[in-house]
Ligand binder design. Structure first.
Ligand SMILES: CC(C)(COP(=O)(O)OP(=O)(O)OC[C@H]1O[C@@H](n2cnc3c(N)ncnc32)[C@H](O)[C@@H]1OP(=O)(O)O)[C@@H](O)C(=O)NCCC(=O)NCCS
Length: 158
């Protein structure tokens, strides 16, 4: 089954999202971290569902700070975590999650730009973000707990 829909996260999805996070990313968070983002930025916490099963998620938050893509201070849509289960990859799910989350960040929260961190070795994710118009802004040395560097990538909204 490769058809899928993108919809807003609901609390019933929490266990599935936590499982996908733990199985697909080294950066794992306690349940309250997911709940906090849902409570504060529900429109930008999305899941992909296929055959009644959650197969991917994207979780974001809105921050205020010095913008990376233009001069001045503004609202930033920070993509915190995104993952798609292995058997549903390369079908456009990751791209759809990103596109829908960026739309929500702009339309509901009025962000001026989007940004994220990505491991310098994570070619699939870097390709996805580059295709969507994200550009590397800087390298964050030793950003991850295992010592790997991150690229901070950003893109102006909308
Ligand atoms: C990164 C991730 C979310 C992409 O999800 P996906 O549903 O497979 O992505 P899409 O099918 O929408 O792919 C969109 C584009 O991303 C790039 N891409 C995705 N997977 C790729 C791969 N394995 N190798 C190279 N490029 C890849 C391609 O440019 C692709 O477009 P194309 O299929 O037309 O060539 C998924 O690989 C994943 O969950 N990885 C593990 C978790 C992770 O690394 N999250 C990101 C942390 S920053």
């Amino acid at each position: 089954m490769s058809e899928y829909i993108i919809r807003e996260f609901t609390p019933e999805d929490l266990d599935a999202v936590i499982r996908i996070n733990r199985e697909n990313l080294p950066e794992n968070y306690p349940p309250f971290f997911f709940k906090l983002h849902y409570e504060n930025f529900p429109k930008a916490f999305l899941v992909a569902e296929s055959g009644g099963r959650v197969v991917g998620y994207i979780m974001c938050r809105v921050e205020t700070g010095k913008l990376y893509t233009m001069p001045g201070v503004g609202k930033q849509g920070h993509i915190i975590s995104i993952a798609v289960v292995p058997e549903m990859r390369r079908k456009g799910v990751g791209r759809s999650l990103m596109v829908n989350a960026m739309k929500a960040l702009y339309e509901h929260y009025g962000v001026n730009e989007y940004y994220l961190e990505v491991r310098v070795s994570n070619t699939p994710a870097i390709n996805l973000y580059t295709k969507l118009g994200f550009k590397p802004v800087k390298t964050l040395k030793g950003y991850y707990l295992d010592g790997e560097d991150a690229y901070l990538m950003a893109k102006p909204a909308p």
